[in-house]
Design a protein around this ligand. Structure first.
Ligand code: PHE
Length: 486
């Protein structure tokens, strides 16, 4: 039995949740990961699949998670267990919550390393360490930055400590306050960068690269990557949004809130693409240069701009802040679970988690230097953390949440919680019952190579499959329900 019967903390202001959830969603995923993945997986086709996944899977699953959190009043584990028991179902469903909590923590273990890069580049900007560097120098600077375990470790430690200080302070004074000025700042910085990109000579190429849809350039692996990224960028299936949702006041509209967060997140990602790729093309750089992409390209742009150092400093301040508002959301599930169930104070729970984080993230950091040889099946520890979370745990967790909400709970439970109009509710139900699960499964099956699906060419067949599954599902639902829950 949990000890959470006291009233749960709530966000202070009307905008508290929106700001915190947007802060969680907008982060390195938008500015660092989205551009480099788009570069690696060939541009427009990746972007299109990513957008399709945001709409058809991301938005419905985000609504579900917020509703589960608010109604279940707790961390993912507690909230899902309560909801399952309210519906008279097995408490084993709380395993979904365990997976989400673990997933958020695993992401954090590599995220602090990348956030550390952002802090390190901020310092380089301030100290003039990047001035006068050519395209090749930038690549060398990025490698040198990773080659030194002491400074890399020091920067990720700074991020880990900052995260735990904010989380330790609590939901209102720690999290809510810090995001209210960082998000607008980030958007202004990106607009300035796009303005620069528009005149840099590479803008046309960038637009073409990002938005020209060329189905043949997207591999099965790229489709799975795009779907995984849709989960990652919206902070889904990792405990973050569900736990933030548990602090959401009853009167807030989940539908509207979700849309605001998803639109803001998508706009920032597209803006980051439009800020970064013009610089890449104008300087003859390789869009597929991997995780170092923004760290090699943006400093070049800052060098060429009037007041570039100032903008560079501002940019990396914003990026570091955006990373922090995401990192704090990744541990919130763990800290909330520890305080609710283990009787720990917030501070003790945060620091305890912080120590474990520090040890594991140090191992992830070593992948770039001392441990460059330590690989398993060709992947470093750092890459494994990313791969396991984005490609497996998040899509599977999302699938689990969708099925749980769509088939396992009694339908009135989330209907009350979501409070949508009947038509929109029907649409949401259709998405979580059929569209999202089928989409996730098909992309998995395709990536595993069991079936070679050409999504662009075979869409009429896929639509037919969806229609048939929906029909059978709705006709046999009572039977299906029993099958899922026994
Ligand atoms: N959405 C964050 C980003 O795009 C990452 C994140 C993942 C945050 C999972 C919380 C949980 O940077």
């Amino acid at each position: 039995m949990t000890k959470t019967e006291r009233p749960r903390t709530q966000w202070l202001g009307r905008w508290g949740f929106v700001l915190a959830a947007t802060g969680s969603a907008v982060g390195l995923g938008n500015v660092w990961k989205f551009p480099y993945m788009t570069g690696e997986y060939g541009g427009g086709a990746f972007v299109l699949v990513y957008l399709a996944c945001i709409l058809s899977v991301g938005v419905p699953v985000m609504m579900t998670e917020i509703a589960l959190g608010r109604r279940g009043r707790g961390s993912p584990i507690d909230a899902i267990r309560r909801m399952a028991s309210e519906a008279g179902r097995s408490s084993a469903w709380s395993l979904l919550g365990w997976m989400a909590m673990l997933c958020g923590f695993m992401i954090l273990c590599f995220y602090v390393v990348v956030a550390g890069w952002s802090f390190a580049y901020l310092w380089k900007m301030i100290s003039g360490g990047l001035a006068g560097s050519s395209v090749d120098d930038m690549a060398a600077i990025f490698s040198a930055n990773n080659a030194n375990p002491w400074s890399l470790g020091a920067w990720s430690t700074v991020v880990a400590v900052a995260t735990m200080v904010i989380v330790g302070k609590g939901v209102q004074s720690g999290i809510e306050k810090s995001v209210s000025w960082m998000m607008p700042g980030m958007v202004i910085m990106l607009i300035i960068m796009i303005g620069y990109g528009a005149f840099s000579g590479g803008f046309g190429d960038a637009l073409h690269f990002l938005f020209a849809f060329n189905a043949s350039s997207l591999s099965s692996e790229g489709m799975l990557a795009a779907m995984g990224h849709a989960f990652f960028t919206l902070s889904l299936a990792s405990g973050a949004i569900l736990t933030y949702g548990s602090y959401l006041p009853r009167e807030a509209s989940i539908g509207r809130t979700t849309l605001t967060v998803a639109v803001a997140d998508t706009l920032v990602a597209l803006m980051a693409g439009l800020a970064i790729f013009p610089v890449i093309f104008a300087n003859g750089m390789e869009p597929g240069s991997g995780p170092g992409l923004i760290f090699m390209s943006l400093p070049l742009a800052f060098q060429a701009m009037p007041l570039g150092t100032l903008f560079g400093i501002l940019f990396f301040v914003m990026l570091s802040m955006a990373a922090l508002t995401s990192s704090i959301s990744m541990v919130e599930a763990t800290v909330s679970w520890l305080t609710d169930n283990k009787g720990l104070s917030r501070r003790v729970a945060s620091w305890g988690t912080g120590i474990v984080l520090w040890v594991i993230s140090t191992m992830a950091m070593l992948s770039f230097n001392v441990g460059a040889e330590w690989t398993l099946l060709g992947k470093h520890f750092f890459d494994w953390l990313d791969f396991l979370t984005s490609r497996l745990m998040m899509p599977l967790g999302g699938l689990g949440m969708a099925l749980f909400a769509g088939f396992v709970l009694r339908s009135e439970m989330l209907r009350e919680e979501l409070g949508l109009s009947p038509m929109i509710h029907g649409l949401w139900l259709f998405m979580v019952r059929y569209v999202s699960p089928l989409g996730i499964l098909l992309i998995f099956v395709d990536a595993l190579g069991w079936l070679d699906i050409d999504f662009a060419a075979q869409w009429p067949w896929l639509a037919l499959v969806l229609a048939v599954v929906t029909l059978i599902g709705e006709l046999t639902r009572p039977g299906l329900k029993r099958a899922f829950c026994s």
